[in-house]
Ligand binder design. Structure first.
Ligand code: ADP
Length: 228
């Protein structure tokens, strides 16, 4: 992969699971605990939309409708980000791959760099709980820390526990109708990747319906083991 910093010693992890499963929350905790870099294609696409790039313009309406952005755009964005120096510490992929085409492209990118997937970890949740989880979530506009009205409120209303920022953001696509469409897309296009990675012998699963910190502890152990 041209200019990519991912090296044979840099572990690669994938977090799989439907919208609301906690991939972003857990990926950020793994980043803080292990020094790996969280790569969220959702965050990269939102940044492209905000910056008004061609890719962002093409992605905007699809994202607002809860559909999947084209493989071509997403793979190009991810490949570009994987080339950054910080990715040499190892990466946690959050929200990528989401289709078989993306999974195959990732395999190729990593093979070209002499690298492999250490583990694809499936966060197992009940779909029925996802709408409530997503509808209540918000993030700090300054540092990106994630919160939830019920499950993880800020200690002081409207103030980020982590950085003290006071500008909280809610995503445009975090509403009940769009979430239903995102769950449909997940089951149709992304859930088959569970079998894909099982076939490659790198699949691990964990129950992600419990407490955030307990899940983080289990996940951290899995990552430490698979990184070695
Ligand atoms: P969530 O996992 O909660 O749906 P994300 O931030 O991962 O949130 O994704 C938000 C939206 O961005 C998706 O609904 C989709 O439109 C787009 N997106 C993110 N990652 C991908 C991807 N790998 N392939 C296609 N579309 C993507």
């Amino acid at each position: 992969m041209d200019g990519a910093q991912v090296t044979a010693t840099a572990p690669v992890f994938i977090l799989l699971g439907p919208p609301g499963a906690g991939k972003g929350t857990q990926a950020r905790m793994l980043q803080d605990a292990h020094g790996f870099v969280q790569l969220s294609t959702g965050d990269l696409l939102r940044a492209a939309v905000a910056a008004g790039t061609d890719a962002g313009e093409a992605a905007k309406a699809v994202m607002e409708a809860g559909g999947l952005v084209s493989d071509e755009i997403v793979i190009a964005i991810l490949k570009d980000r994987l080339g950054d120096e910080d990715c040499g510490h190892g990466v946690i992929l959050d929200g990528f791959p989401r289709t078989t085409g993306q999974a195959e492209a990732l395999d190729e990118l990593l093979a070209d760099a002499g690298q492999h997937i250490n583990a694809a970890i499936s966060l197992e949740v009940d779909d029925a709980a996802m709408v409530a989880r997503i509808s209540g979530r918000f993030t700090c506009g300054n540092c990106g820390e994630g919160y939830h009205d019920v499950h993880k409120p800020t200690a002081v209303l409207g103030t980020c526990d982590k950085c003290g920022g006071t500008h909280m953001k809610r995503r445009a696509d975090d509403n009940a109708e769009t979430v239903a469409q995102r769950l449909t897309e997940y089951h149709k296009q992304t859930a088959p990747l569970i079998d894909y990675y099982e076939g490659k012998g790198v699949l691990q699963s964990l129950d992600a319906m419990g407490e955030i910190d307990a899940i983080a502890t289990t996940l951290s152990g899995m990552v430490r083991e698979a990184a070695g």
